[in-house]
Design a protein around this ligand. Structure first.
Ligand code: NDP
Ligand code: 1BO
Length: 322
C-alpha cells in the first residue's frame, strides 16, 4: 500500500513501506548513462522536482557526480534522513571478501555515511577486466550464500539500511530465501507495459518483498519506444497527461516504486507529477494487455558466451523461465 506525504515543494509524494520498516519513495531518479550531467540532474530532481529517491550504481561510473548533487541539495536545506539513496554491488565484486570494500568505495564516492539500499546488481560474477561479450573464463561461479551473508553484515553494521537484489529469477530468489537470515527488502527488476514480468511481481508480493521497476519508460537508446506506443499515447491524451507520466503511474498502481532516468529538467519534473490522479481501471487493463512482451535488458552482452559456458543463451541467464 502506498502512503502519502508532502515535500517542502508541496509535491504530494507517495512511498511504500519496506519489510525493514523504512519507507521507499514511489518515484526515484535513475542515473544510468547520466555521466557528468548526473550532478545537475540530481540537484534538479531533489531541489526543484521534490524527489527524495536517487538510484545509482558503481557500474554507472557516476557515483561521484551523484554524490556532488546530493551534497548540493543538502546545502540547499535537505536533510540526509529525508533522502533514500540506492546503489549496487557490481558483478566483479561478487565474492564475500570483496563486498565490504566495494560498499566502502561506493560510500566514499557518494560522500555518504550510509546507503538506504544496497543491491546485488546482477546475479552473475565477472572476472575483473571481463570483455563484453565475455570471453571464456570471464563469467565465474557465484557464491550467493557467502555474498548475501556479507550483505547482511553491512545491514547489521548500519552501513546500509536495506539490502536487496536485481535481475533475479524465481529459481534464484527461492534459492536466496532458502538461506537468508535477512530477507531482501527490495527486488529491482525491468518492468514496464512492454515487459510486465508478472511472475516475479507475484513472487515478491507473496514474500513481502518490495519491487522497484527499472527502465519504466522502456529504457534508453536501443530500448523499447513506449513513449510513442499507441495505447500509452491514447491513454495519455485521454487523461491529459504525458506518456512518461502514464508509464510511471502504471508502475506505481501495480505497487512498485519506479525510477525513470532523465537529464532534461522539464522531463525530470514531469515524471514525478503522478500523485493526484489515477489511471482508470479500463485504461490500466489496456496497459496490462500490450502485446509482444519482451525484456530490453536481457544481459546477453554482459554474460552470454555462445560457445563457452556457463551461460550460452539468454534463456540460460533467466533459468528458462520467460
Ligand atoms: P528509462 O526507462 O528511465 O528511460 C530513460 C529514457 O527516457 C531516456 O532516454 C530519457 O531521455 C527518456 N525520458 C525520460 N523521461 C521522459 C519523458 N517524460 N518523456 C519522454 N522521454 C523521457 O531508462 P533506464 O534504462 O535508464 O532506467 C531507469 C533507471 O533504472 C536507470 O537509469 C537506472 O538507475 C535503473 N536501472 C537499473 C538496472 C539494474 O540492472 N538494476 C538496469 C537498468 C536501469 P532524457 O534523459 O533526454 O530525458
Ligand atoms: C550494465 C548495467 C545496466 C544498468 O543497470
Amino acid at each position: 500500500m502506498a502512503h502519502a506525504t508532502f515535500t517542502a515543494e508541496g509535491q504530494n509524494m507517495e512511498s511504500f513501506r519496506l519489510l525493514s520498516g523504512h519507507k521507499i519513495p514511489a518515484v526515484g531518479l535513475g542515473t544510468w548513462r547520466s555521466g557528468s550531467q548526473a550532478t545537475h540532474a540530481v540537484v534538479t530532481a531533489l531541489v526543484e522536482g521534490g524527489y527524495r529517491h536517487i538510484d545509482t550504481a558503481w557500474e554507472y561510473g557516476d557515483q561521484k557526480e551523484v554524490g556532488q548533487g546530493i551534497k548540493r541539495a543538502m546545502h540547499a536545506g535537505l536533510e540526509r534522513r529525508d533522502l533514500f539513496v540506492t546503489s549496487k554491488l557490481w558483478c566483479t565484486e561478487l565474492s564475500p571478501e570483496r563486498v565490504r570494500p566495494a560498499l566502502q568505495n561506493t560510500l566514499k564516492e557518494l560522500q555518504l555515511e550510509y546507503l538506504d539500499l544496497y543491491l546485488i546488481h546482477w546475479p552473475f560474477r565477472l572476472r575483473e577486466g571481463a570483455s563484453r561479450p565475455p570471453k571464456a573464463g570471464d563469467v565465474l561461479d557465484f557464491d550467493m550464500e557467502g555474498v548475501w551473508r556479507e550483505m547482511e553484515k553491512l545491514a547489521k553494521d548500519n552501513l546500509v539500511r536495506n539490502i536487496g537484489v536485481c535481475n533475479f529469477t524465481v529459481t534464484k530468489l527461492n534459492k536466496l530465501l532458502g538461506f537468508a537470515e535477512l530477507i531482501p527488502s527490495v527486488c529491482q527488476m525491468e518492468m514496464h507495459p512492454g515487459w510486465r514480468n508478472d511472475t516475479m511481481l507475484e513472487l515478491c508480493k507473496k514474500n513481502h518483498i518490495h519491487v522497484t521497476a527499472y527502465s519504466p519508460l522502456g529504457s534508453q537508446e536501443g530500448g523499447r519506444d513506449l513513449i510513442h506506443d499507441q495505447t500509452v499515447d491514447r491513454i495519455a491524451k485521454k487523461l491529459n497527461k504525458t506518456p512518461g507520466q502514464v508509464l510511471v503511474k502504471w508502475g506505481i498502481q501495480r505497487g512498485t516504486s519506479v525510477i525513470p532516468k532523465s537529464l532534461n529538467p522539464d522531463r525530470i519534473k514531469e515524471n514525478i507529477k503522478v500523485f493526484d490522479w489515477v489511471i482508470p481501471e479500463q485504461d490500466f487493463q489496456a496497459l496490462n494487455s500490450i502485446p509482444d512482451q519482451k525484456r530490453v535488458l536481457d544481459g546477453e552482452d554482459l554474460f552470454v558466451n555462445k560457445t563457452e559456458g556457463p551461460y550460452r543463451t539468454v534463456a540460460d541467464l533467466w533459468d528458462h523461465e520467460d
